[in-house]
Structures are given as C-alpha cells and as structure tokens.
Design a protein around this ligand. Structure first.
Ligand SMILES: Nc1ncnc2c1ncn2[C@@H]1O[C@H](COP(=O)(O)OP(=O)(O)OP(=O)(O)O)[C@@H](O)[C@H]1O
Ligand SMILES: [Mg+2]
Length: 297
C-alpha cells in the first residue's frame, strides 16, 4: 500500500473526537496486513482483485472511527468489506492477514454487522420480526426482543405503532434501509460494515439517512467501514477516507477529515466542506494520472 500519512488540516472538531486518541496497547479495530485476493487462482480466469493491501483503523476508546472507502468500480471495495465480514468467496484472503479487534478473521462473527445496498430483509417477516431476527438467533426472550425491537424501530425514525407489523414490500427504499440498519445495530456490533447502503436512495432521503447514521454511530460508538461512490457522502461521514485504485485494487491514499458537527444539509453547504470535496477530487485525479500498469505476480 502507498498510503499518504494522515493530514492535519481539520477545522475545529467536536470535543468527543478530541478526547479519543488511539491507545498504542490496544489492538486495531480492523487491520489488513499485506492482504491480496486472487479469484480463480491457477485457472485461466485468474484475477488479482486486491494486492498487498495494508491499513489499520484504531479502536478508539469511547468512539469508533468512521472510515469511508472510495474508488472506481471494480477496485475491490466490496472485496475488502467482505473480507472483514468473513464472507466467501472473498474470505479467506489468498495471502496476508485480516484482523478484527486483534483476532484473525476466520468467518462471520457477532462483533461485525453488515448493511448492503439492496435492502436485504426477509420478505416473509414483518419489520419487527426482521429487526429482532438476530436477537431471536441469540435466544433472547420474546418479551425482551420485542421491547428492544420497538425501541430500535423508533431510533431509526420509523413508527413502531404504524410500521412494526408491515412487511418489506409495503415499505419505501429508505424505510427498508432503516430496517436493515436497525437489524444490524440492535446486535451492538463493534464493527459495522456498510456497502453502498444509500446508493439506491433519492438525494433528499440520502441526506436524511446520513444524519440518522451519524446520530446512531455516536450512540453505538462502533467502528464503521463505509463504501460509497459519492465524494460528498465520504467527506460528510468519514473521519478518514481510503482512496482506492484499480488493477490491481489497492489503497492509493488515506485522507483525514473533520468530524461532522452540523446536519448534512447545513454542513454540505459550508466552505470547508467544498474545500474537502475539491481536495478529494484532486487526489483522485492525481491517482488516476499516476496509474501505471503494475505487473501481476
Ligand atoms: N467471486 C468473484 N469471482 C471472480 N472475480 C470477482 C469475484 N468477485 C469480485 N470479482 C472481481 O474483483 C474485482 C473487485 O470486485 P469488487 O466487487 O470488490 O469491486 P468494487 O470496488 O466493490 O466494485 P463496485 O464499485 O462496482 O461495487 C472486480 O474486477 C470483480 O469483477
Ligand atoms: Mg462493490
């Protein structure tokens, strides 16, 4: 990896961010050490999806980091996320090590939760039954899981009285994504993996969902790995942006950002926000200009 060092051009960040510097004795929330993934290795269809990817996201006490991944289609963003999730066929890596909270990833685990773009819900379950699915699997009593489920339905901005008994086909895309977020966060994962979760939403709903996510993220204090194609979304949400490049996929640059202090609509019209967006577009142009074919192993 050829990541640039963190850059210190942050405007005043909220106190919560200042209070949480990495503890050197604490294992990283997520760590990639020389990770490569070759699909179809040894066959004529062999393809190097990511090569020698290394990064570490510290496990900040009392506040997880929000990391966005930006990069062209096919650069390996979903591959990186699914390796963290321990989901095949991306897992296991062809070489290198993926660690979560100090432990090598050997498969999916309760410490990680994933939200996908395509509103993954069980069609035959109501909103409430979708939200509490994980608690059911953990053997939590019906009474307790329903109370927690209704609480989470409300926390993601749905109305428990009106929406709890609805089925996914009766919901809008934004509502379905709220259900997916509630279903993941109710399990209190330390690491939340989100693969273009708002990619299919209209711009206004997307801004509402960004605000919701920032609010919930502060509450649950988890580390978030968030894949997006939107530079604006990455700048608004991210403490840090990993810019990826393709063929083979790799981290090209790592950029530190200010923590959002204002709602999305407000923050995204402020001058510092536009400066950061421009800075990332310039970094993307730099990466594209420097791209040279790298010989495969
Ligand atoms: N199971 C697979 N078998 C073979 N090749 C794969 C497999 N999964 C992904 N790839 C290839 O690996 C590369 C990285 O894929 P990945 O899905 O991680 O990209 P991405 O950055 O998430 O792209 P997008 O932005 O389009 O979602 C792509 O070229 C893809 O075609
Ligand atoms: Mg993808």
């Amino acid at each position: 990896m050829t990541a640039g060092g963190p850059q210190d051009e942050r405007p005043a960040a909220p106190a919560a961010a200042a209070a949480s510097s990495p503890d050197p004795g604490r294992p990283a929330a997520v760590e990639f050490a020389g990770v490569s993934k070759v699909y179809g290795a040894g066959t004529p269809r062999e393809f190097v999806a990511i090569k020698d990817v290394s990064f570490a996201i510290p496990d900040l006490a009392g506040r997880g980091e929000f990391c966005s991944f930006l990069g062209p289609s096919g650069c390996g963003k979903s591959t990186v996320l699914r390796l963290v999730a321990g989901l095949g066929p991306q897992h296991p890596p062809t070489s290198g090590t993926v660690r979560v909270l100090g432990h090598e990833v050997v498969g999916p685990g309760a410490d990680r939760g994933m939200v996908f773009q395509d509103y993954t819900s069980f069609d035959n379950r109501t909103v409430l039954d979708n939200v509490v699915f994980g608690l059911e699997c953990r053997g939590v009593s019906r009474q307790q899981r329903e109370a927690e489920g209704r609480d989470w339905i409300e926390r993601v901005g749905l109305d428990p009285a009106r929406d709890a008994e609805k089925y996914p086909h009766e919901l809008s895309g934004g509502m379905r994504q709220r259900v997916a977020i509630a279903r993941t966060l109710i399990l209190r994962p330390r690491v939340i993996l989100m693969d273009e979760p708002f990619g299919a939403l209209d711009p206004a709903t997307r801004l509402d969902m960004q605000d919701l996510l920032v609010r919930l993220w502060r509450e649950v204090q988890a580390t978030v790995l968030f894949v997006t194609h939107s530079v604006e979304e990455a700048v608004y949400l991210g403490d840090r942006v990993f810019l990826m490049d393709t063929t083979p996929g790799r981290i090209a640059e790592e950029i530190r950002l200010p923590t959002p202090a204002a709602p999305a609509r407000e923050a995204q019209s402020e001058p510092w926000f536009n400066d950061q967006v421009t800075r990332i577009h310039q970094a993307i142009e730099r990466i594209e200009a420097a791209a040279e074919p790298i010989p495969e192993p």
